[in-house]
Design a protein around this ligand. Structure first.
Ligand code: CAA
Ligand code: FAD
Length: 384
């Protein structure tokens, strides 16, 4: 077993680190305070080839492996999780879903510009629309309907909490086509944001990832051409679950990055802050906190990389991605909270960054399946 990163992976790590420090760190506090979507940063990520990292070059992507994606997600999330959530949704939900299950025509029309993150020089990214006001964890209870009208579907309903809701040009929408068939009566569709009947609702005012634009999206008699359905009739729920299994690796890597960022700041601070005549790192209880942080982060990183490796090697990664997500997100929440504690009062103000990391950490335990949902997936897999 080789735990050494390849030359290419080390280069990607350095490129992501440089990007995070040079492009994301300046203004991160202001973007968080004013809920400003990091458009410039995402455009630069697109120029770096990070918005379609695992997409094949013939479809406009960078043709990299999932391990490289995890490595890049960690570095960017150390600094700005509002940037990395857009990157994660575009890469591992939208682009992956289209590359894996889309038709050739769908790939040519949508995947190519989405993988490049740009079309005609303008930002061009996607969003994934599964959650509804009455269907979050219980995702099969879809209320949005897509009525088969012959050569098109008529889409009606409401999706909420949609990441990239206003900035995306393309939505992958999950909807009910035949309620009598349960999860097999659900389909997935490619919908363009500027089609008649698509309405972008209010932006959410959030605890964390405040730069990310989270919106409710409403569909009022939207005509979706038949050729925009993804996969066979009834494939929509499986599409969502299979795509989310990979998405969870991305969010696990985001959580890993938040944890690493908080740990690095706490470690540095402990070397300079003095109390009782010595640097606080010399107090054993502080050392033990740092030791536990380092150990949990290493466990989280190994789980993320193992799940990514399984995905790259066509091994079922449903179990490992849920394990990576639940462990990394709980590590992020715990580590960021302890990082605030190590900073004392300074941790409670914005300039030291750890309070933002603590607020950002919380969402990783909720989206792309709550920690409870991950335990359901893990429990079913280990007991079957
Ligand atoms: N791969 C393939 N098929 C799968 C699957 C998978 N990973 N998981 C489930 N299925 C299939 C099942 O086999 C079953 O098919 P059959 O009837 O043919 O056997 C069907 O799907 C229904 O599955 P379940 O009976 O297991 O469904 P359930 O109602 O018990 O729900 C659940 C299972 C795991 C709780 C699921 O509903 C779930 O994952 N909920 C969480 C939803 C979620 O993660 N939302 C995230 C939204 S996107 C987002 O959040 C983005 C962001 O923030 C940035
Ligand atoms: P609920 O499902 O109502 O859960 C409430 C509580 O009950 C949770 O603690 C949950 O774990 C628990 N619970 C529910 N069922 C069970 C059970 N069977 N056993 C034990 N406990 C249970 N969705 C998208 O589709 N696309 C996006 O881009 C997207 N981005 C998001 C961005 C943000 C900032 C947020 C906040 C959410 C986003 N979501 C997105 C939605 C997210 O995936 C859901 O919030 C999440 O799946 C939980 O659903 P819910 O909020 O309806 O909570």
């Amino acid at each position: 077993m080789n735990f050494q990163l390849s030359e290419e992976q080390l280069m990607i790590q350095q490129a992501a680190r440089d990007f995070a420090v040079n492009e994301c760190l300046p203004g991160v506090i202001e973007r968080d305070e004013h809920q400003k979507f990091p458009k410039e940063q995402i455009e630069k990520l697109a120029d770096l080839g990070f918005m379609g990292m695992m997409v094949k070059p013939e479809y406009g992507g960078s043709g990299l492996d999932t391990m490289s994606y995890v490595i890049a997600m960690e570095e960017i999330s150390k600094i700005d999780a509002s940037v990395s959530v857009s990157m994660s949704v575009n890469n591992s939900l939208v682009c992956y879903g289209l590359q894996e299950y889309g038709t050739e025509a769908q790939k040519q029309q949508y995947l190519k510009p989405l993988a490049q993150g740009k079309k005609d020089g303008e930002l061009y990214i996607g969003a994934f629309l599964l959650s509804e006001p009455e269907a979050g964890s219980d995702a099969t209870s879809q209320q949005t309907t897509a009525e088969d009208k012959g050569d098109y579907y008529l889409l009606n309903g409401t999706k909420n909490w949609i990441t990239n809701g206003n900035s995306a040009s393309v939505y992958l929408v999950i909807a009910q086509t035949d309620p009598s068939k349960g999860s097999k009566g659900i389909n997935a569709f490619i919908v363009e944001k500027n089609w008649p009947g698509v309405v972008v609702g209010a932006k959410e005012n959030k605890l964390g990832i405040r730069g990310s634009d989270t919106h409710t999206i409403l569909f009022n008699d939207v005509k979706v051409p038949k050729e925009n359905r993804i996969g066979e009739d009834g494939f929509g729920f499986k599409f969502a679950m299979k795509t989310l299994a990979g998405g969870r690796i991305g969010i696990a890597a985001q959580a890993l990055g938040i944890a690493s960022g908080a740990y690095e700041r706490a470690k540095d601070y402990s070397k300079t802050r003095k109390a009782f005549g010595t640097e606080i790192m010399n107090h054993q209880i502080i050392q033990f906190k740092l030791a536990d942080m380092a150990t949990k982060i290493e466990c989280a990183r190994l789980l993320c990389l193992k799940s990514a490796w399984e995905k790259d090697n066509n091994i079922d990664y449903t179990l490992s991605s849920s394990m990576a997500k639940v462990f990394s997100s709980e590590t992020a929440m715990w580590t960021a909270t302890e990082a605030v504690q190590i900073h004392g009062g300074y941790g409670f103000v914005k300039e030291y960054h750890v309070e933002r990391l603590m607020r950002d950490a919380k969402i990783t335990q909720i989206y792309e399946g709550t920690s409870e949902v991950q335990r359901i997936v893990i429990g079913r897999a280990i007991l079957k």
